[in-house]
Design a protein around this ligand. Structure first.
Ligand SMILES: Cc1cc2nc3c(=O)[nH]c(=O)nc-3n(C[C@H](O)[C@H](O)[C@H](O)COP(=O)(O)OP(=O)(O)OC[C@H]3O[C@@H](n4cnc5c(N)ncnc54)[C@H](O)[C@@H]3O)c2cc1C
Length: 394
């Protein structure tokens, strides 16, 4: 593995960096810790930034040019993501550019690629992922939302939950049951369905983390058969291939590093018993541990990005540890920061006494539900089986 970047890659990094600095509002500081209360104004700003980045081709830099990308590699894709993460930003259509778009690229027909991918690359559309159901979260094979073939259509009935963000979706990326099989996961199929079809409704779902997701309901929804992505009843395998991409996300260590820099500044400026926190040996020890963990995660994430790019030469990917690290380290880091801040750390955003405007508390709360893409326990199960070759416990 080469630890350096080429001249072209460094040039791209600088371009993306300058673009973001130029676009960000002056009072952007409040968005640090990646957990700004998300409001309409933030959403409008993010969508506009996505559209402008789309004009430059950075949303899907790694995709072939004929589908709206720049034809660059995984490393370049990683550089764009790392620079975004540095400013605690993410594309609103993360599902389109990082999860469902790559699935269309891998398993879609030529017609589907030409129709669906360019608008994603241009930052003009919003997709949501609809996999989870009340009885199918970790046990994804248990999905019950039905898609029944009827002439040129599939008819959908059922429910999905924990969907989306504040943005209105144009398309829904759905894993649905198309056959009753044993084992269950062999009867699932992927679809990309317009969100405005008759019979689709949704309502907000407040999460403990402070986030608002949505529940979706499908009542005799008729979608053209052209909405099917990949082969019938192969959806589980195809979804797993795209989830692998969701789990290698370079933006996180970059934004974690930013958080730590902010927190170190806080420790320099805040006195306890007459001395700055930064002079306390226990605080210094905790800060050093956080820095080591973030660097470990950054390297693990870059290794995955590099490995995805080399897959054709080197064969199937081994397990990506970065998401597991992120879940574990974020939780312990937020707790350590809260401990250092003492009782003030429990004050919420809005209180004039809340350190860092309550941002650490918000991130700590959010660390209670780092479930998207698989919970920590499920990541451990996958790690045990795929990386350590431990036998499956039945
Ligand atoms: C903020 C957020 C965003 C999300 N975004 C989306 C989205 O956009 N689209 C979407 O489809 N879904 C989304 N999800 C859903 C997410 O994928 C599920 O929450 C996750 O898969 C877990 O499913 P569950 O909540 O039903 O928990 P369950 O599967 O019921 O698990 C409950 C607990 O049991 C543990 N557990 C379950 N099985 C095992 C096992 N075999 N071994 C050990 N422990 C186990 C789990 O780790 C967990 O702690 C999101 C969730 C959150 C919180």
């Amino acid at each position: 593995m080469n630890f350096g970047f080429t001249e072209g890659q460094e040039k791209l990094r600088k371009e993306v960096h300058d673009f973001i600095v130029n676009e960000l509002p002056e009072d952007y500081r409040g968005v640090f810790f990646g957990v700004t209360p998300h409001n309409e104004e933030c959403a409008a700003f993010s969508k506009e930034l996505q559209r402008k980045a789309g004009e430059k081709g950075w949303i899907a830099a790694g995709w072939p040019k004929e589908y709206g990308g720049l034809g660059l590699g995984e490393m370049e894709r990683g550089i764009v993501r790392e620079e975004l993460g540095r400013w605690v930003l993410n594309w609103p259509n993360y599902v389109g550019s990082e999860i469902a778009g790559p699935a269309v690229l891998m398993f879609g027909t030529e017609e589907q690629k030409k129709k669906f991918l360019p608008p994603v690359a241009q930052g003009k559309v919003q997709w949501d992922q609809l996999f989870t159901e009340p009885n199918a979260g970790s046990d994804e094979a248990n999905i019950q939302l039905r898609a029944v073939a009827d002439g040129d259509y599939f008819v959908f009935n059922g429910q999905k939950m924990f969907v989306g963000e504040i943005y209105e979706p144009d398309y829904l990326y759905i894993l649905a049951r198309t056959a009753d099989t044993t084992p269950k996961h062999r009867g699932l199929t992927l679809f990309l369905v317009p969100a405005n079809l008759s019979g689709i409704s949704s309502r907000p779902l407040e999460c403990l983390s402070g986030q608002t997701k949505r529940e979706f309901f499908f009542d005799d929804v008729r979608a053209s058969k052209e909405c099917m992505i990949g082969e019938l009843n192969r959806g589980f395998y195809n979804a797993m291939a795209s989830l692998q991409l969701e789990r290698s996300f370079l933006g996180n260590p970059a934004s974690d590093k930013r958080d730590l820099e902010e927190f170190i500044q806080y420790c320099k400026e805040t006195k306890r018993n007459g001395k700055p926190l930064i002079e306390n040996p226990e605080v210094r020890d905790a800060l050093a541990r956080m820095a080591v963990e973030i660097e470990v995660n950054r390297l693990a994430s870059w290794r995955t990005v590099w490995r995805v790019g080399e897959q054709e030469k080197m064969g199937p990917l081994d397990y990506d540890l970065s998401t597991f690290f992120r879940r574990t380290f974020t939780t312990s880091r937020c707790k350590a920061m809260m401990d250092i801040m003492g009782l003030h750390g429990q004050l919420r955003t809005g209180s004039k006494w809340a350190p860092l405007a309550g941002a650490v508390l918000r991130k700590w709360l959010r660390a209670r539900s780092l479930h998207a893409g698989g919970t920590t326990e499920i990541l451990k199960v996958v790690l045990a089986e795929r990386s350590l070759s431990l036998p499956r416990k039945r």
